[in-house]
Design a protein around this ligand. Structure first.
Ligand code: SAM
Length: 287
């Protein structure tokens, strides 16, 4: 059975913004008919079967209620990979690609293997983008959330990168074997929860649907950054680099924390809009 409403009529009558409606309809076309997104144009007279139409209506309603598109279609592009995402993980953001770019610049400088630690990996975004982009990167990725780690492992499998990333569960560095991990990493990367408790953004947009443990530290927004910075020296090789994502108004605080932890060559990195969204620092070489 099929409905008699064409794709063109669905697009004309929806209350969703056209770009969002097209993403959802493209998802339906792929799922039910194995058709590419271009069928929205080339086959715009096509009508959907009843199950496909019902799912379109369900997705349209849920999107109208604010559910993130990435959760509705179960995927999000990040750097040069596509990741499966579900409500158990943060939806990867474009600004987090800054950390991937910082890391790739470091990895390119080295001729051999580069050991990278991604703390709070979520969907696996940072670790898997690096593994995908560089054969030299040897990744360890941690998270406190078992649900997130399951999703990250699924992504690693689907991307054919499972043998390149070791996934560990635990509270920041406690996921590692402390004595084995001492002075082991060339790079430590993290996009930790940095939104302060009670920040109004937590009640707006996509954030309402994402795990709060991925978004806020439940305190002033700086406690996870501080925790990671204060312990990183122990795990970094001399001359190793730490790079952390933070809020646009947290760069000064993060720089001060890195200075207090004796890091050198501290640099602030901006996103495409010119906002300071990541800070890096280097562990000094011994005298
Ligand atoms: C902002 S999300 C970042 C996810 C992913 N790295 C990304 O950029 O898309 C923060 C992640 O840190 C994890 N996390 C929160 N507290 C943690 C802790 N104490 N120890 C380890 N991971 C933690 C969360 O589960 C979440 O996956």
């Amino acid at each position: 059975m099929s409905t008699c409403t064409s794709l063109r009529s669905l697009l004309n009558s929806t209350t969703l913004p056209q770009n969002e409606a097209k993403i959802l309809l493209a998802y339906i076309l792929e799922k039910y008919y194995q058709l590419p997104r271009s069928a929205l144009l080339s086959r715009d007279e096509m009508t959907l079967s009843t199950p496909a139409f019902d799912e379109w209506q369900d997705l349209e309603t849920r999107r109208c209620s604010g559910e993130p598109i990435a959760y509705l279609v179960g995927k999000r592009g990040f750097h040069n990979i596509e990741l499966y995402v579900a409500p158990g993980v943060l939806i990867p953001r474009p600004e987090t690609e800054i950390l991937v770019e910082i890391a790739l610049r470091e990895i390119i400088k080295s001729s051999g293997e580069v050991k990278v630690l991604d703390l709070g990996t979520g969907s696996g975004a940072i670790a898997l983008a690096l593994a995908h982009s560089s054969q030299n990167a040897l990744l360890t990725a941690t998270d406190q959330s078992l649900e997130a780690l399951e999703i990250a492992k699924r992504n690693a499998q689907e991307l054919g990168l499972a043998d390149r990333v070791q996934f560990l569960q635990g509270n920041w560095f406690a996921a590692l074997n402390r004595s084995e991990a001492k002075n082991q990493f060339d790079l430590i990367l993290s996009n930790p929860p940095y939104i302060a408790a009670g920040d109004r953004h937590l009640t707006e947009g996509d954030l309402r649907f994402e795990p709060s443990s991925a978004l806020t530290d439940g305190a002033n927004g700086l406690s996870c950054l501080e925790n990671i910075i204060s312990q990183a020296d122990f795990y970094l090789k001399p001359d190793g680099l730490i790079a952390l994502e933070h809020g646009f108004d947290q760069a000064t605080a993060v720089m001060i924390l890195m200075k207090m932890a004796q890091f050198q060559d501290i640099q602030v990195h901006q996103d495409l809009a010119g906002h300071p969204r990541a800070t890096s620092g280097r562990k000094p070489r011994p005298e």
